[in-house]
Design a protein around this ligand. Structure first.
Ligand code: HMH
Length: 222
């Protein structure tokens, strides 16, 4: 397979089209060309706050798996750093919500959000293999990293009041985190039995589908 790992083959070759649908969604493109309706942004903000609250226990379940299954301490350190930044992220959502007059306790999860949460919850099961959940974590993070970094490009017209949000996921440090997650994931996939690799690929695709639906939910006028 040359020098490409499984994750690169999936994102750049086999599932490239779905991957670009998730990373170049109209919601993101309209932030970067300055045409997003602020009501869409606010809807996304409220829904994503609820998503992150469900995402935290999912990441915690991976921390437990890294404790049981990792070959060295670096995995647990990496997952722990991810959990620590989710702590900051929750604070950021609260601050950002008050800036936009959003009452977070009033937000009701939309169907796509509930579906995504249920999917993550199914992956917290102790029977789900470590390489599979690493794949999911990496995919979830890399979609946001790649999406929001588009909004920070020199030629983008992102409104100044949305820059802070874009910077949260588009920054260089988050990109490094995603690269480390990718490398770790590939390392385990290399050694995994073929059925586990197949399951990881299926989970990768399902993450991308859920990400597209999540953007649709935020973007659609309803
Ligand atoms: C829907 N996907 C969604 N929300 C997020 N905050 C991330 C990924 C990245 O953390």
């Amino acid at each position: 397979r040359g020098s490409l790992g499984f994750t690169d083959i999936w994102m750049r070759e086999k599932h490239h089209l779905l991957y670009s649908k998730a990373t170049h969604h109209p919601f993101i493109l309209s932030i970067s060309n300055g045409t997003l309706h602020i009501s869409s942004f606010k809807r996304w903000l409220g829904q994503d706050y609820l998503f992150v609250r469900q995402f935290i226990p999912f990441v915690a379940s991976i921390l437990i798996k890294s404790w049981k299954e990792a070959v060295d301490n670096s995995d647990m350190d990496l997952i722990l750093s991810g959990l620590a930044s989710l702590n900051d992220e929750i604070s950021w959502f609260k601050k950002e919500a008050s800036k936009w007059d959003i009452v977070l306790s009033d937000i009701i999860p939309q169907e796509s959000n509930q579906d995504y949460s249920r999917f993550l919850e199914s992956l917290t099961n102790s029977e789900i293999d470590y390489p599979v959940v690493l794949t999911a974590l990496w995919a979830i993070e890399v979609v946001y990293q790649e999406s929001f970094s588009l909004c920070l490009k020199d030629d983008s017209k992102t409104p100044p009041e949305l820059l802070e949000a874009c910077h949260r996921w588009g920054n260089e440090e988050f990109k490094q985190y995603c690269c480390l997650l990718q490398r770790t994931t590939d390392r385990y996939l290399e050694k995994a039995p073929i059925n586990v690799v197949a399951k990881a690929e299926e989970v990768f695709v399902r993450v991308l589908e859920n990400e597209v639906k999540f953007w649709n939910m935020s973007y659609d006028v309803f």
